[in-house]
Ligand binder design. Structure first.
Ligand code: SAM
Ligand code: SF4
Length: 439
């Protein structure tokens, strides 16, 4: 019998770190099944599009990408799989509207993708079933993008049902990974010389070991005992579940980076209530005070939604006040976008588009000013940076991140990728620092 040529596959990932991590797993599974990664869709027999459904705009980006793939398919034989959150949300609708697509797999069906590398799946199939079980992927299989910083998934799904958010409907209920498996993966990263571990979950601080019931703070302590990785980060934390023990564990463990992503969403308690976030502006500010008391110099980052139904000018002003008070190190801001099935989608999307746009611009302007001021103060300082590779926008410089998760682009005589180096800051922009590696 003639041996089949290996399948060349290309994965395009939209969305968050969770999706990036899922794509690294899928890439590993396809490799195990004999597939070979291609650098561009034009060189692939199989294109996998890993999707994000959080905002309408994310779906629009996907559909425009599918248009480009349909054009490619007219010129060469290529199979197209849509996977992840939009696959879960839209299912068969994708096959009906986008005839170029051959397969649709939800986030819980990634393991089935392996069969695609063996050309073993009937064309035009949809697989979006849920499982309450944790699906383990052996750590050796994962094909990581970075050789310095490794994602380790700790939990999946979300039980919070914030009024605006589609994630509980696309990713399902919370499932926690056994602590023993998390530690196995961290040890695997340590053996491979990784210097940073990033623990992932939509709501990572609600983690509970399914075997022992140990909570997130205990998990953090055990991860820190693994010899090797010098830095530990985790995301995303929910203020509602951010117990003081977590702040205390962070402060006690020097390996935990002095940095936390803590989405605020709005600075108005009235809006937070309508969003069903489960905390008030004061609760949030109390957490910030505790973190700063225990870890002076900790850098916080956040997510803000502007234009949630009923958000008044006064509510919005309260958000700006919190930004001025907390002075986040970085911030992701979004215009509210109604999503199917969510509670907020039943409310009138009352804030006009122009008002949302103006508020978004104001948030971004204020944040840019804050970052510029804070970055300016760092000029002349020397800091520890984890080298991550060549800068994407500055290929003549290397790029890395400091403990506060700030991007540092720097000059270095030798390649610092995968090493901690000391960098002296010589310049800055609003979103990154510039420096020189010390001798
Ligand atoms: N689990 C995390 C949390 O609770 O903050 C983040 C989940 S979500 C993938 C990332 C961010 O997208 C959210 O923090 C929120 O700011 C934004 N987001 C989610 N749904 C949105 C919507 N319908 N419109 C605009 N932004 C949205
Ligand atoms: Fe969405 Fe809220 Fe869950 Fe975050 S905590 S994923 S915003 S429902």
């Amino acid at each position: 019998m003639r041996k089949q040529k290996p399948v060349r596959f290309f994965i395009r990932t939209f969305g968050c770190q969770m999706n990036e991590s899922d794509s690294e797993r899928v890439s590993g599974l396809l490799h195990r099944a004999g597939g070979i990664a291609a650098d561009r869709p034009e060189d692939a027999d199989l294109v996998i599009v890993n999707t994000c459904a959080v905002r309408e705009k994310s779906e629009e980006k996907l559909f425009s990408y599918l248009g480009r793939l349909a054009y490619l398919k007219k010129r060469r034989s290529v199979r197209i799989a849509v996977v992840g959150c939009v696959a879960q949300l839209r299912g068969w609708e994708i096959l009906e509207k986008y005839p170029a697509v051959d397969y649709v797999f939800g986030p819980d069906n990634a393991a089935e993708l392996e069969a695609l590398a063996q050309r073993d799946v009937a064309l035009k199939s949809v697989s979006t079933s849920w499982s309450e079980e944790w699906h383990e992927t052996s750590p050796e299989l994962i094909r990581r993008e970075s050789r310095a910083s490794g994602y380790v998934t700790a939990m999946e799904g979300c039980d919070n049902f914030c009024a605006y958010c589609i994630v509980p409907y696309t990713r399902g209920r919370e499932k926690y990974r056994p602590l023993a498996s998390i530690l196995d993966e961290v040890r695997d990263l340590a053996r491979k010389g990784y210097l940073e571990v990033v623990l992932l979950g939509q709501n990572v601080n609600s983690y509970k070991d399914p075997d022992s019931g140990k909570p997130f703070a205990e998990m953090l302590k055990e991860v820190a005992l693994v010899d090797g990785p010098g830095w530990i980060r985790f995301l995303t934390s929910h203020p509602k579940n951010f117990r003081p023990e977590i702040a205390e564990a962070m402060a006690d463990i020097p390996k935990v980076c002095r940095e936390l992503h803590l989405p605020l969403q709005s600075g108005s308690s009235a809006v937070l209530k309508k969003m069903k976030r489960g905390y008030s502006r004061e609760d949030y500010l109390d957490i910030v005070s505790l973190l700063r008391r225990l870890m002076p110099g900790i850098s916080l980052s956040t997510d803000i939604i502007v234009g949630f139904p009923g958000e008044t000018d006064r509510d919005f002003e309260e958000t700006l006040e919190v930004l001025r008070t907390v002075r986040f190190g970085s911030l992701f801001s979004f215009r509210y976008s109604p999503r199917p099935m969510t509670e907020a989608s039943k409310l009138e999307d009352s804030v006009p588009k122009e008002v949302k746009q103006r508020r978004l611009a104001e948030v971004q302007f204020l944040q840019k000013e804050i970052q510029l001021e804070d970055h300016r103060r760092l000029v002349g300082k020397t800091m520890k940076v984890l080298g991550l590779g060549r800068g994407r926008k500055t290929p003549d410089l290397y790029s890395g991140r400091n403990e506060n998760n700030q991007v540092v682009n720097f000059r270095s005589a030798e390649d610092p990728t995968g090493r901690f180096v000391e960098v002296r800051i010589t310049g800055f922009g609003p979103y990154s620092l510039v420096g020189e590696k010390g001798g």
